[in-house]
Design a protein around this ligand. Structure first.
Ligand SMILES: Cc1ncc(COP(=O)(O)O)c(C=O)c1O
Length: 216
């Protein structure tokens, strides 16, 4: 199959196509209901006010029939787009067999571990399953580091975002995220990021890395 045909099959036809100025009336109603019933932490609809009906490949249709090119890609986690047939087939094959087994192994779990191990540096001999989110991975990394070193200090960069769970939030520098939730995990130090373009050290730009290392 040629590329154009594949693209066509993996897209909603006519994208991009705006027939109703967004947010259209159906989206507005849903957005209004969401803002009345969900917490103020809901953030993405503020910048992208629409309700989604369906997605295909790199295209999205809102509930008012507008079709967009989805450059957001689910915050970067939908590299193959929405409803890719290969992903759907693999998901179906698993769900049709068994849906959840805690950490009791299945053949597909072991296949995934083998695949990960074949991609990781040889020194990394074990695979830990944290959870599905970035915050889970950060929590897991901090716990593993503490457990294995016996120490409990954490160093994070100024300007860093590590997630919204309690530990990850403690290592997130933006006070806007942290305000109002009381004492967080102690022992986190923030240090300036070695960024030549916005040099935080006031030194010559090509000395930023060395200053950052000294500072650390
Ligand atoms: C660098 C980084 N770490 C952690 C996270 C947290 O990931 P999640 O929102 O999946 O918990 C994000 C999310 O944007 C991130 O960009």
């Amino acid at each position: 199959m040629d590329r154009e045909k594949i693209f066509e099959e993996l897209s909603l036809s006519g994208a991009p196509k705006i027939t109703t100025t967004p947010p259209g009336p159906v989206s507005r109603e849903i957005l209004e209901y969401q803002s009345e019933t969900e917490g103020s932490v809901v953030s993405y609809p503020r910048g992208m006010p629409m309700a989604v009906a369906r997605g295909r490949g790199a295209t999205l249709e809102d509930v008012d029939g507008n079709i967009y090119i989805d450059l957001f890609s689910g915050a970067g986690v939908m590299a193959l787009g929405h409803g890719h047939p290969v992903v759907l087939k693999a998901a179906h094959e698993q769900i049709d067999k068994v849906t959840h087994t805690l950490d009791i192994p299945t053949e597909s779990r072991i296949k995934m571990v083998k695949t990960l191990k074949s991609l990781l540096p040889k020194e990394l001999t074990r695979v830990f399953f944290g959870g599905p989110t970035g915050s889970d991975a950060v929590e897991q990394a901090m716990k593993l580091a503490k457990y294995n070193t016996g120490r409990d200090g954490i160093i994070a960069f100024e300007g860093s975002y590590h997630g919204m769970t309690a530990g990850a939030l403690a290592a997130t520098s933006d006070s806007g995220h942290r305000d109002g939730v009381g004492a967080l995990m102690p022992g986190v130090q923030f240090i300036p990021f070695p960024y030549r373009y916005r040099n935080p050290f006031g030194c010559a730009d090509d000395m930023v890395d060395e200053f950052a290392a000294d500072n650390l």
